[in-house]
Design a protein around this ligand. Structure first.
Ligand code: PLP
Length: 222
């Protein structure tokens, strides 16, 4: 697996060079992350708290650590001090816990709200009604130690690119609609995290600002 060559090949296909590449290094050994780092990558994505905690001290301090997986409330405290961005916030409960942990260490923690855009039941995320319910909850205004900097979504795992495009387009439309609303100042919508190895080009065409790419860089995860 030539990680450096893969990175260059992936980057070359980007149709938006300003789109941030988050290298998804879950399950991969530190040597692989170090090769990517040497090739210029500073943003790494992991989906397990334990693995993130183990890798973080072993890598240079200027790495931006992205928590991209489903996050349990009781594990927020372990990553709160150093996490760069939590992509998968899918409940008000989790958001409140992140806020609580941020308050303890006097840090505003950057997050994205994960929206359920796929057809599969199994993918996490808010639906539109749940999102509206949270945004109109008076307690929402009391959040002081989070910054909501955008949305995240995962498309259906399918060969049907029209469907994938439609799902990404829906997420972008929601993002624009939210931007037009009056929301508290800790909501600063600038990012849409969408696109993985199999669909990042479509995601970029539909307005992604961050793609989370694992296997196209590091190879399959077995
Ligand atoms: C694993 C994972 C990715 C990367 O998937 P690839 O298909 O390997 O690029 C992206 N996002 C999330 C949330 C993941 O869990």
């Amino acid at each position: 697996m030539d990680i450096k060559a893969n990175l260059e090949a992936v980057k070359k296909t980007f149709n938006n060079q300003n789109c941030l590449l988050v290298a998804v290094s879950k399950t991969k050994p530190l040597e692989d992350l170090k090769v990517a780092y040497a090739a210029g990558i500073r943003d790494f994505g992991e989906n397990k708290v334990q693995e993130l905690q183990a890798k973080q001290p072993e890598m240079p301090a200027d790495v931006n650590w992205h928590m991209i997986g489903h996050l349990q409330s009781n594990k927020v405290k372990y990553i709160a001090p150093f996490v760069h961005l939590i992509h998968g916030v899918d409940s008000f409960k989790l958001l409140r816990e992140i806020n609580k942990q941020g308050k303890k260490i006097e840090r505003k923690i950057p997050v994205l709200l994960q929206m359920h855009i796929a057809e599969e039941e199994s993918k996490f995320g808010f639906d539109a009604a749940e999102l509206n319910e949270m945004l109109s909850n008076p307690d929402f205004l009391n959040l002081t130690h989070v910054t909501i900097q955008g949305l995240m979504g995962m498309a259906t795992f399918t060969e049907n690119t029209d469907q994938v495009r439609k799902e990404f387009r829906g997420l972008k439309a929601l993002f624009e609609e939210l931007k037009s609303r009056q929301l508290p100042s800790f909501v600063q919508l600038k990012d849409i995290s969408m696109g993985m190895s199999g669909d990042y080009l479509i995601a970029q065409e539909e307005g992604s600002t961050m793609v989370r790419i694992g296997s196209a860089i590091f190879g399959g995860r077995g």
